[in-house]
Write a protein that binds this ligand. Structure first.
Ligand code: SF4
Length: 212
């Protein structure tokens, strides 16, 4: 049922020209994951070059690093997550999507969340955080990551946790205690523990993170 509803939204996105990003996209990037089994929606920023070519979110270097952290936490990208971005078309030169572009695409994002009705939402990176939560100099991603917040989408409240975007972690390779990578590991394990732990044994068979 969810698949059918999402297919209607996907068709609208395929034909969408509501913002300037339609002109420069190769492929519209709708989502990844199994909508019937996903209990968590992960929201990233925007498609990059590889995603624009493939039509799938988080498949470039940042996506590969995210996959490693998910595997470490015991979260299945294929079954546990439904992955989307704040905009469905690639901004030129990988710039941050503008507010008008995000606003134009917001109806699709909200519709996807409304159809999935997840148990929780992961806000991946500062752009996703700012889309749903008011931020200022005291409420930065560094301060808010790792905290459970409540966000409202179409009148429905969801628990949400902000994590660092993996592209930030590509530039910060340390796994020292308190480093961004270590905090990412901690946050994803917390999400697994809170929402997915009963599916499989928490922290079982966690592979070591490779240096991507
Ligand atoms: S980014 Fe969203 S609103 Fe803009 S053209 Fe693509 S689908 Fe439409």
């Amino acid at each position: 049922m969810k698949k059918e509803c999402l297919e209607i939204v996907r068709e609208k996105c395929e034909n969408c020209k509501a913002c300037a990003l339609a002109a420069s996209r190769t492929k519209m990037v709708f989502a990844d994951g199994n909508p019937e089994t996903a209990r968590i929606v992960l929201i990233g920023e925007a498609p990059g070059e590889i995603e624009d070519e493939c039509g799938k979110p988080f498949v470039g270097r940042a996506g590969q690093l995210l996959d490693e952290f998910l595997a470490d936490a015991g979260i299945s990208r294929e079954n546990d997550l439904y992955i989307i971005n704040t905009v469905k078309c690639r901004p030129p030169e990988n710039r941050v999507p503008e507010e008008t572009e995000q606003a134009a695409c917001r109806k699709f994002l909200d519709a996807q969340i409304d159809i999935i009705k997840p148990d929780a939402i992961i806000l991946c990176g500062a752009t996703a955080l700012k889309t749903f939560v008011e931020t200022d100099r005291k409420r930065t991603i560094s301060k808010l990551r790792g905290q459970w917040l409540t966000i409202t989408v179409d009148g429905v409240e969801y628990p949400a946790m902000t994590i660092f975007h993996p592209s930030y972690l590509l530039r910060n390779r340390s796994m020292e205690e308190g480093s961004p990578r270590r905090l990412m590991q901690q946050d994803l394990r917390e999400i697994k523990n809170k929402f997915l732990a009963e599916k499989n044994n928490i922290f079982a068979a966690q592979p070591e993170l490779a240096a991507v």
